[in-house]
Design a protein around this ligand. Structure first.
Ligand SMILES: Cc1ncc(C[n+]2csc(CCOP(=O)(O)OP(=O)(O)O)c2C)c(N)n1
Ligand SMILES: [Mg+2]
Length: 327
């Protein structure tokens, strides 16, 4: 596949960071919420969307980007923030809505923002399209190298704004990549119930841009396809719609059990991508059992330290609530 062993180990490590973090956040989320499932309660109040199962998309895409590039995403952001190298302590503190968080706890899990690595996300489905294409336009007008990438769901691309932006991005040959995470569901609505064609990447022909679909939820294949898309963007050939098959293993939001997903789809597509990737890296000699085990131990320790830190951290002082408010 031509991907350096070092890059593959980095992708494995970032996938584990996201996965092990969520393995700690999931029980934390349910603290104090049950039995009534009161969303206001516990250390993680509100709604959370786990990235669990979708880690290959973020690491594959971010593995081909540099610091000059820009990455945005939506309401399911943990894997993308981690693949983009957002500071782990500040990320986790933000998820816990604490004062050391990226935005001093004002954003929370769905509004992570870190200008130091050109990363942001939004709870509004498809919101990122316009601003991210705007970043691509700025990069082009300034004759800079940066490519702007947004990672959004297959449900999002049925929003009207998506079509407007794709048309403009293609017309102006912007250095823009729209990565579509095809986890086959927008909340409880299956792709075949919401979308007229099987692959959103085929919509590329309507805009005169490149389109590619990647099967298998496979970090190596995603990295290769993302590499092609970013190369086209940097060379001035305009945007790509890169749709990637992935697996929403923990339901739409915390508490959803995927019970409405038919067994045939669950068994065929909702498969954990991490064990097979580990096995491949061992088979190819990129990892040994010993180096894999020591990496896994270190990642577990790092996420535990970040969660312990966030739990002990303070909330922003009440008197700061009106700071940085526009009106
Ligand atoms: C504009 C807008 N409409 C509706 C919602 C409620 N909502 C949150 S996530 C979601 C589904 C998104 O599905 P998809 O884009 O496929 O992303 P996924 O959750 O599968 O990652 C909806 C409808 C929203 N946040 N914003
Ligand atoms: Mg979806």
């Amino acid at each position: 596949m031509g991907i350096a062993g070092r890059t593959r180990v980095w992708m494995y490590e970032r996938m584990l960071l996201s996965r092990y973090l969520e393995e700690l956040l999931i029980p934390a989320y349910f603290e104090e919420k049950l039995p009534a499932f009161d969303m206001r309660k516990g250390p993680l109040p509100g709604e959370i969307h786990w990235s669990y199962g979708q880690e290959p998309v973020a690491v594959g895409v971010c593995s081909v980007l540099g610091p000059e590039d820009m990455v945005t995403t939506a309401h399911r952001p943990h894997h993308v923030a981690i693949a983009r190298d957002v500071n782990l302590d500040r990320l986790v503190a933000e998820i816990f809505q604490k004062n050391s968080g990226l935005s001093e706890g004002r954003g929370g899990h769905m509004h992570l923002y870190d200008a130091s690595v050109n990363f942001s996300c939004s709870s509004i489905v498809c919101e990122s399209m316009g601003p991210t294409a705007g970043m691509a336009l700025a990069s082009k007008l300034r004759a800079e190298r940066g490519v702007a990438v947004t990672i959004i769901g297959e449900g999002a691309v049925n929003q009207g704004v998506w079509h407007e932006v794709m048309n403009m991005a293609a017309l102006w040959k912007l250095p823009f990549v729209c990565v579509v995470e095809d986890n086959y569901y927008g909340v409880t609505v299956a792709k075949h119930e919401s979308t007229a064609i099987a692959r959103n990447s085929d919509r590329a022909s309507a805009y005169g841009c490149a389109g590619e679909y990647v099967e298998g939820n496979d970090a190596d294949r995603i990295a290769a396809a993302a590499g092609r898309a970013v190369e086209r963007a940097r060379a001035g050939h305009g945007p790509t719609i890169l749709e990637v098959q992935t697996a929403r293993l923990k339901g739409h939001y915390a508490g959803d059990q995927n019970t409405y997903v038919p067994k045939a789809i669950l068994e065929k597509y909702f498969v954990d991508p991490i064990p097979s990737y580990r096995a491949r890296l061992l088979a190819d000699g990129d990892l040994t059992e010993e180096s894999a085990a020591s990496l896994e131990t270190k990642v577990r320790a790092d996420v535990k330290a970040a969660v312990d830190f966030a739990r002990k951290d303070e909330y922003a002082p009440a008197e700061s609530a009106l700071e940085r408010v526009f009106a």
